[in-house]
Design a binder for this molecule. Sequence first.
Ligand code: MG
Length: 347
Amino acid sequence: MNNFLETSQTLVDQFDYLMLDLDGVCYLGAQPVPYAIKTLNRLNSNGLGLFYITNNSSRVPSSVSEQLTGLGLDTRPDQILTSAQATAQRIAEIYPRGSVVLALGGEGVFEALQSVGMKVVTTADGDPIAVVQGWSREIGWAQLSEAVLAIKNGARHFATNLDATLPTERGETIGNGSFVAAVSNATGQPVLSSGKPEDFIYEAAQKLTRSVCPLAIGDRLDTDIRGANAAGIPSMHVLTGVGRVNDVLFAKETDRPRFLAADLRDLDTPYPNIVCDDGVVKCGDDVASVADGIIFLNGETLDTSRDKDCVEVSLNSYRALAHLVWMISDSSTEGINLVLPRIEVIH
Ligand SMILES: [Mg+2]
């Protein structure tokens, strides 16, 4: 994978569509992410296409677009692709209209399957040909057992997504992947997921938008970025959600973003060339280097000062440092053995 950049243009000059994750990119819970709404509105008014891809399968697209519009980002339902819609599209590619499908999950799953002409049921008694499993807070033994009965009777098991956890204000709770694991543990049968990090949802988005040069934007390396990489779509990571600087530095190759940003404002500021040469990486005026296993940023070691528990660096220093750490990691046959302090980007 080529992580090195060829241009110092702004990113928005190079793409026709942004394929944006929602939580951690556009909003955080009920609040908009700082600068996100204003930036997206400005870029959209300049002609850039906006499209939103979410692993949340429980909501219908109109509910998601109403939320974004309520935050000040005018959005239509056809600018949203949920993992339920992606799964329904996959079902429609495999089975004829009118096929009986057992659904678990929220309104989003039921509506998506009905919109592609499936006969949706909630018990195993109707001889379903497939089970589509999405998340709902109502899921319990009864629904999971119907899924198990149907799959043991020959139905194929589909999941909208395999996120093990679901973040809430109180911490991480059970996500769809954990419910799916309960079913597959009982059936021993394989599961086909269509949500991120599968390439299917990004490829479906590209078909829907007819985008020629999309840029995927996300906050999670193991879903947003991995899925974009799998689909061959350039990706940009933002630090406004789950994935932090140190996660990016130590990401495995499949999870590394093509472009590194602090927040969405960085879409329309010049992105300097990354130049790598013999243990030295430059990004604009910032330089990351390694000598005798010690990393230097602009000639100084990455020590934490007495009054801070982390090292604050500029955005271009972060970009140079990430490419340096990736280079060190890739050149090591025994795995990376670097110890770094917690790093934060100051904008
Ligand atoms: Mg997210």
